[in-house]
Ligand binder design. Structure first.
Ligand code: SF4
Length: 342
C-alpha cells in the first residue's frame, strides 16, 4: 500500500534535543510538508477544519514529534506482561478502532523520540522479574509499522530486544511495509503478528490499511526472515455469511505461507467484536452511515479495563464463534497455538 505521508508535522521543542528529533526535522525539511514548532498543547487548535469531522480527518494526517514523559509501563493482559509505545495512534481509519475509547479527543499521531529512555525503562521491568522472561507489547496504543519508513524506531527496538536475554517483543500491525525489518538481528525475540479478518470486515470497516493480500504477503516475508509469526483475528464479527468468509480467510492464509519452513508454532489470538458506550458515540459521530452492529440489547455486558463496561456477544454466540474459528485454525494450522479468545 502507499506509504503514509503527513500533511503537517509539529515538533515539540524538547524533541529537538534528541538525535531522532533532529533526524526527523531534516527528513521533513527536505520535503514539501508544513513544519510547526510548538508545544503539544497548541496542536489541537492548530489543526484546520470547520467541523469536528473535518478536524478529525486532518488530525489523522498530523504527526507530532514529541517525547514520552510517563515511562511507567501498564500491564497488557492477555497479550503480554507490559505495554509501551513508540507511537500513539495511526493513520489508519478503522471504524471500530479500539482507540476511539481512549484517544478520541486527540486523534493525531504522536511519535516519541526519547527511545533510549524507553529502553532503559524496559530494562528496569526485566530486572525486577527475577531472571524470568518478560514480554512487551509495542502496538497497543497505535501501529508503529505505519510510520516506520519515517522513524526507523521499530527496527531499533527489534534489535534492542534481540540483544536481551529475558525480554521479548510483540508487534501487531495492519500495515505491510516490512522490507526494512527483514535483515535485522532479531534473534527470534520479536513475535510479529498481523491483524487479519474476513473480506467483509476489512472491506467495510478498515480504511487506509493494507488489504488482506498485502498483509498475507508481508506475513510470508516476516516468516521467511525467521521471526516468530502470529495473527490476531480481530474483531471477530457475526454477520450473514461469516462462517464461509472466515473459512476462506484461513484457507488462503495456509495456502500462501510456507508452513513446512516455519519452525516456531504460529500463534493465533482471537478477539470478538466489542464496543463501549464512549466508542459508540464517537463512531456514530464520525461514521454516521456505519454498518457496525452496536445494538446493546443484542449484547452481553462485560467489565473492562479502565473502569468501563463493554458490550460483547452473548455467551451462546461467543462460544459458537470461539469453537468455529478454533476448528478452522486447527484444520489449517495443525501445529499452531491459540493463545486466547476474549
Ligand atoms: S490500524 Fe489499528 S490502530 Fe489504526 S485505526 Fe485501525 S484498528 Fe485503529
Amino acid at each position: 500500500m502507499k506509504l503514509f505521508s503527513p500533511e503537517r508535522v509539529f515538533f515539540e521543542p524538547t524533541s529537538l534535543k534528541y538525535p531522532l528529533g533532529q533526524k526527523l526535522l531534516e527528513y521533513f525539511s527536505a520535503r514539501d510538508i508544513e513544519i510547526i514548532k510548538a508545544p503539544i498543547q497548541k496542536v489541537l487548535q492548530s489543526i484546520p477544519g470547520e467541523t469536528e469531522n473535518h478536524k478529525y480527518a486532518h488530525a489523522k494526517k498530523t504527526l507530532v514529534i514529541t517525547t514520552k514523559k510517563a515511562l511507567n509501563l501498564d500491564i497488557c493482559k492477555p497479550s503480554a506482561d507490559y505495554e509501551f509505545s513508540l507511537v500513539t495512534n495511526c493513520p489508519g481509519n478503522c471504524e471500530y478502532c479500539y482507540l476511539h475509547t481512549t484517544q478520541s479527543f486527540k486523534p493525531y499521531l504522536r511519535a516519541y523520540v526519547n527511545i533510549d529512555d524507553i529502553f532503559n525503562s524496559i530494562k528496569k521491568y526485566i530486572d525486577k522479574n527475577s531472571g524470568n522472561v518478560t514480554t512487551f507489547e509495542v502496538a497497543s496504543a497505535g501501529d508503529p509499522l505505519a510510520i516506520e519508513h519515517i522513524t526507523g524506531s521499530l527496527a531499533k527496538t527489534i534489535e534492542f530486544f534481540g540483544s536481551l536475554n529475558n525480554g521479548r517483543l510483540r508487534v501487531v500491525t495492519k500495515f505491510d511495509n516490512v522490507d526494512s525489518l527483514l535483515d535485522l538481528k532479531h534473534n527470534s525475540h520479536t513475535r510479529f503478528r498481523f491483524s487479519i479478518n474476513s473480506r467483509y470486515v476489512i472491506d467495510t470497516f478498515e480504511h487506509n490499511t493494507a488489504n488482506i493480500t498485502e498483509r498475507i504477503e508481508a506475513a510470508s516475508k516476516i516468516a521467511n526472515a525467521g521471526y516468530p509469526l502470529g495473527f490476531i483475528v480481530a474483531p471477530l464479527m457475526v454477520y450473514d455469511g461469516w462462517k464461509d468468509q472466515y473459512k476462506e480467510l484461513f484457507e488462503a492464509l495456509a495456502k500462501r505461507l510456507d508452513l513446512k519452513n516455519i519452525k516456531e508454532p504460529i500463534t493465533f489470538e482471537l478477539i470478538q467484536h466489542r464496543f463501549t458506550s464512549t466508542a459508540k458515540n464517537v463512531i456514530l459521530n464520525r461514521f454516521p452511515n456505519t454498518k457496525l452492529d452496536m445494538e446493546e440489547s443484542k449484547r452481553a455486558i462485560k467489565w473492562g479495563m479502565y473502569g468501563r463496561y463493554k458490550y460483547v456477544y452473548p455467551k451462546e454466540t461467543s462460544d459458537e464463534v470461539k469453537d468455529y474459528i478454533s476448528q478452522l485454525i486447527n484444520n489449517n494450522f495443525p501445529d499452531s497455538r491459540i493463545e486466547y479468545f476474549t
